[in-house]
Design a binder for this molecule. Sequence first.
Ligand code: HDD
Length: 693
Amino acid sequence: MHDMDPRNPGNGGETHQVADADHPVLTTNHGMPIADNQNQLKAGARGPVLLEDEVYREKMNHFDHERIPERIVHARGTAAHGYFECTDSLSDITRAELFQKKGQRTEVFVRFSTVAGGAGSVDTPRDVRGFAVKFYTREGNWDLVGNNIPVFFIQDAIKFPDLIHAAKMEADRGYPQAATAHDTFWDFISLMPESTHMILWAMSDRTLPKSFATMEGFGIHTFRFVSAEGKSTFVKFHWKPKAGLASSIWDETVKTAGADPDYQRRDLFERIGRGDYPEWELGVQLFDEEFAASQPYDVLDATKIIPEEVLPVRIVGKMVLDRYPDNYFAETEQVAFCPSHMVPGIDHSNDPLLQGRLFSYQDTQIKRLGSTNWHQIPVNQAKGRAGGCPFHNFQRDGHMQMQVPKGRANYEPNSLHLAGEEGGPREDPKAGFVTFPAEEQGPKLRIRPESFADHYSQARMFWRSMDPAEQAHIASAFVFELSKVSLEHIRRQVMANLRNVDEALATRVADGLAMDLPDAAPAAAPILDMAPSPALRIIRGPLEKHTLEGRTVGILFADGSDAGELETLRRGVKAAGGHPLLIAPKVGQVPLSDGSTVKADAQLFGQPSVTVDACAVILSAEAAAKLTKEGAAVQWVMDAFGHLKAIGHNPAAQPLLDKAGVEPDAGVVALDGFVEAAKRRYWDREPKVRTLA
Ligand code: HDD
């Protein structure tokens, strides 16, 4: 006889966990209770396994199919639930239900992403961030699928596959992952002058956001609002972060990628967990045909912005993210956005990039999710109408149909109701979506309008709008990226385009690469000197915020640190809305000066200063002496200084600061001035710590 006692070591050791009042019975997907989840069925205790073992086969079969194709772009992302609240009614401009009443709330699901890297890449490469919002309105789902940059690389969607092929890892070698600093990307860019404006943004600090919560979002294209009377108004959408705009420094972002590849998703998760809910205002730029015709660019061209100084942004709502998904795969991976998902009152424009997107997303979701029934997955379901199914139509069947429609009415018109049968849903000419009846005519042409020909004026405007510190970052980013380009002629072609943006920029980049400037590339249209737009700045711009709210302050301490100083600082940071993080050489209980102990939140090696926004050092003289010989501690302080962060310290910590090369300036302060000092970066320090182009 074989011993069937599940606790017999020969039968799976101590790992059996048996169902009880707190734990339901483990079953197969077909509901059969499982007696043993540790062993395959075998012919004899040491014998071969048997094919009839459904418990094993079903489990492995499901596991083997767990992955679905990752998104072709924006593969790496994270998401959150929340709500949108209308703060200023737009009922005179659009009949869209979510904008009718001040105070009205609409559920949202928002996914943030990087563009180029695979799902397993890092959170903090230099890359555009996706900012996709699904509004579950009462008249259907509206997807506003935007980015954190208000323009795009290309004007026509037919170039999208080329752009993405060039940007992602090179086809033969399979690298670099999540990086644009390589030949094929810059080859494509160099030959596509229309990408010049976007590439200026891409080389700016906009592609190094510190947190998802500290970046803007943009709908990019011109869309239409349509009123109840059928009047159309053009609209561009802006998300403005309540936490202010904040970016990383290149060296910081590179180190963050190593220290914590999940930095930004962790940050989102932790902010929500702490109740520091990420929040944005929704702004709109509203205009008509006459305004559009008066601008020196085409509002249908996605490589152009309308400067806020020319057309102010009107704030009409706010969005708060207050709930993390319960399950990453079910929600964040399976959520499917489509720019074609509109609701009554919102419509497309003729932007050829937007028009091309209307096809691509639905197509990719069928591939990715495996079925046309992806709208039945909970995160994708329209929630709108109260009670019952939020969608009603005669579409039927298909892979993974989850519904059981009743009756014979799977077509219309039908008259089954006359015989007392269920006749199914009917059109609603009043409330239903009506496409704005724009007049269109003209020959069929595969052509770009002449009004799209100016590729440099707005790139120049962007460059000239930047703060000097930002200009230095942009020029240095070009130098870095082009230094990774191995083919000389590509570098020259990029430089030829840059000369059309600004001679000073081109000269600085050429100097950084120690190369001669080539002739300027021919420009297809006259290059204009547009007025700078200070609203485009992050540094010293209108959305730079000096605050501790939502930000993390690292406090480095060790055995013997002063208990009073530690507690005062911790309270001060909290009172200012910040999140204090106690970091010590050992992560357990740390004995303090008064004999008490405090538990560190993190260990020094695991929490380098790149992971926090401001740094404080509270040490005893003995600990300071010891830590001057600890590379991680010296680096912690050195990086804090190099990344232009505030450093607060007690006098005993001075030797560690000296060892790290910290020089006195406005951001290096005693503990009593630290909470105030910690609210910002010290851009004036930058020329002291690195050479920029
Ligand atoms: Fe796209 C995904 C944003 C142009 C084709 N795009 C995708 C996502 C975002 C954007 C945020 C991720 C959505 C998510 O989190 O699931 N895309 C943009 C913006 C664009 C843009 C702001 C220009 C203004 N995209 C664009 C073009 C095409 C696509 C021109 C093709 C014609 N995009 C796709 C796609 C993706 C996608 C291949 C991949 C995964 C997905 O759709 O759901 O269909």
